[in-house]
Design a protein around this ligand. Structure first.
Ligand code: SAM
Length: 208
């Protein structure tokens, strides 16, 4: 029987959010520019709050587990009408990809995102699919941003010693593999439509 709340309640995440992401964004967007930013895995919405502050005309699409999305709605309530929220359950095979797939269906072939920041599950099972779905929705000239290139489940806040469900969800090989690196190296770097802007992190889409 799966645990309905298996995800840890504490993560080692900086409370200012992911500085490297919004610092990079400041180099490519003017402060008053309008663009659409999607973040997969928002935790306490600290990166999202910085994006709201730095870019008052940006529209945000935020994805995470339902509890984190509810907290983000509260925290970002000072930015009404600019943020779209997408929550999902903690069922083992549920993820932000479900809501993202529905956005693909709603929008057909029309891309809607300018910037996709992928900082969620960090696993191939979830995030390789996320990359392909984001690619469908990412405009030409838009950016894919991947956090934690060198991350493994082992040694993270999801280490099986702290979260035993990991042993039901992943093999020992998967627990020790650099799964974000696999996505970046094998799916993004090998795609000639993408050019690297920050090593092992940010990639710009050059062609449809
Ligand atoms: C490293 S934290 C995100 C940090 C955040 N991007 C920031 O910059 O502050 C990872 C987040 O991914 C979310 N996440 C992990 N697996 C998920 C899944 N299957 N579905 C939805 N969210 C997930 C977690 O709830 C957590 O909030």
């Amino acid at each position: 029987m799966s645990n309905p709340k298996w995800y840890p309640e504490k993560l080692r995440v900086p409370n200012r959010g992911t500085n490297a992401t919004y610092v990079f964004m400041k180099t490519v967007y003017r402060p008053l520019e309008h663009f659409c930013y999607a973040e997969f895995g928002i935790w306490k919405a600290d990166t999202a709050a910085n994006v709201c502050k730095l870019f008052p005309n940006a529209t945000l699409f935020l994805f995470d587990f339902e509890d984190n999305i509810r907290a983000a709605q509260e925290k970002l309530s000072v930015y009404p009408n600019r943020v779209h929220y997408f929550g999902n359950s903690q069922r083992y095979n549920d993820s932000y990809n479900w809501a993202l797939g529905k956005l693909v269906a709603q929008n057909g072939a029309k891309p809607i995102f300018d910037y996709c920041f992928l900082d969620g599950a960090h696993t191939y099972a979830v995030d390789a699919l996320n990359f392909f779905l984001c690619d469908r929705l990412l405009r030409v000239d838009g950016y894919m941003d991947f956090d934690d290139y060198s991350w493994t489940l082992r040694g993270s806040s999801l280490d099986p010693s702290a979260v035993p469900e990991m042993l039901l969800q992943y093999t020992e090989e998967q627990i020790d593999s650099l799964q974000v690196k696999m996505i970046v190296d094998d799916l993004v770097k090998t795609d000639s439509r993408y050019v690297e802007k920050i090593a092992n992190k940010v990639y710009q889409k050059l062609r449809a």
